[in-house]
Ligand binder design. Structure first.
Ligand code: SF4
Length: 81
Protein backbone atom coordinates (compact mmCIF):
# COMPACT_ATOMS: atom_id res chain seq x y z
CA UNK A 1 0.00 0.00 0.00
CA UNK A 2 1.46 3.32 -1.06
CA UNK A 3 0.30 6.76 -0.19
CA UNK A 4 -1.35 8.60 -3.03
CA UNK A 5 -3.41 11.70 -3.43
CA UNK A 6 -7.04 11.75 -4.50
CA UNK A 7 -7.76 15.04 -6.23
CA UNK A 8 -11.14 16.27 -7.39
CA UNK A 9 -12.61 19.42 -8.89
CA UNK A 10 -16.17 20.74 -8.62
CA UNK A 11 -16.07 21.46 -12.33
CA UNK A 12 -19.58 22.93 -12.54
CA UNK A 13 -18.32 25.86 -10.43
CA UNK A 14 -15.04 26.43 -12.30
CA UNK A 15 -14.63 30.01 -13.56
CA UNK A 16 -11.97 28.93 -16.09
CA UNK A 17 -9.27 31.39 -15.05
CA UNK A 18 -6.60 28.71 -15.62
CA UNK A 19 -4.81 29.34 -12.32
CA UNK A 20 -4.54 25.65 -11.43
CA UNK A 21 -3.25 24.68 -14.88
CA UNK A 22 -0.63 27.43 -14.70
CA UNK A 23 0.55 26.50 -11.21
CA UNK A 24 0.45 22.72 -11.53
CA UNK A 25 0.31 21.59 -15.17
CA UNK A 26 1.48 18.11 -14.13
CA UNK A 27 -2.04 17.52 -12.73
CA UNK A 28 -4.44 20.15 -14.14
CA UNK A 29 -5.30 21.15 -17.69
CA UNK A 30 -8.07 23.08 -19.35
CA UNK A 31 -10.44 20.67 -21.12
CA UNK A 32 -12.23 21.21 -24.44
CA UNK A 33 -15.26 22.56 -22.58
CA UNK A 34 -13.04 25.33 -21.18
CA UNK A 35 -13.09 24.08 -17.60
CA UNK A 36 -10.31 22.67 -15.46
CA UNK A 37 -9.77 18.93 -15.52
CA UNK A 38 -7.36 16.30 -14.25
CA UNK A 39 -4.80 15.35 -16.92
CA UNK A 40 -5.64 12.07 -18.65
CA UNK A 41 -2.63 10.29 -17.17
CA UNK A 42 -4.03 10.50 -13.64
CA UNK A 43 -7.76 10.07 -14.21
CA UNK A 44 -9.20 7.07 -12.46
CA UNK A 45 -11.95 6.83 -15.02
CA UNK A 46 -10.90 8.24 -18.43
CA UNK A 47 -14.35 9.75 -18.87
CA UNK A 48 -14.41 11.49 -15.50
CA UNK A 49 -12.44 14.70 -15.98
CA UNK A 50 -13.12 15.79 -12.42
CA UNK A 51 -11.23 13.22 -10.39
CA UNK A 52 -7.82 11.60 -10.32
CA UNK A 53 -5.30 9.63 -8.31
CA UNK A 54 -1.97 11.41 -8.23
CA UNK A 55 1.50 10.42 -6.93
CA UNK A 56 2.15 11.79 -3.46
CA UNK A 57 5.27 13.51 -4.81
CA UNK A 58 2.98 16.02 -6.50
CA UNK A 59 1.31 17.05 -3.24
CA UNK A 60 3.01 20.47 -3.02
CA UNK A 61 2.04 21.23 -6.59
CA UNK A 62 -1.60 20.22 -6.02
CA UNK A 63 -1.68 22.11 -2.69
CA UNK A 64 -0.63 25.29 -4.46
CA UNK A 65 -3.56 24.92 -6.84
CA UNK A 66 -5.95 24.11 -3.98
CA UNK A 67 -4.84 27.23 -2.08
CA UNK A 68 -4.88 29.50 -5.13
CA UNK A 69 -8.16 28.53 -6.79
CA UNK A 70 -10.24 31.71 -6.39
CA UNK A 71 -13.47 29.77 -5.92
CA UNK A 72 -11.94 27.01 -3.74
CA UNK A 73 -13.31 24.08 -5.70
CA UNK A 74 -10.19 21.88 -5.84
CA UNK A 75 -9.95 19.25 -3.13
CA UNK A 76 -7.38 16.65 -2.15
CA UNK A 77 -7.00 13.87 0.38
CA UNK A 78 -4.28 11.36 1.07
CA UNK A 79 -5.26 7.75 0.47
CA UNK A 80 -3.59 4.35 0.64
CA UNK A 81 -3.69 2.47 -2.61
S1 SF4 B 1 -8.14 27.58 -10.35
FE1 SF4 B 1 -10.22 26.93 -9.84
S2 SF4 B 1 -11.56 28.29 -11.01
FE2 SF4 B 1 -9.51 28.47 -11.86
S3 SF4 B 1 -9.47 27.03 -13.59
FE3 SF4 B 1 -8.69 25.95 -11.78
S4 SF4 B 1 -10.49 24.93 -10.86
FE4 SF4 B 1 -11.23 26.49 -12.29
Amino acid sequence: MAKKLRVWIDRDQCIADQVCAALCPQVFEMADDGLSSIVAQYRKDPNNLAEGIVPIELKDCVAQAVDSCPVQIIHMEEIEE
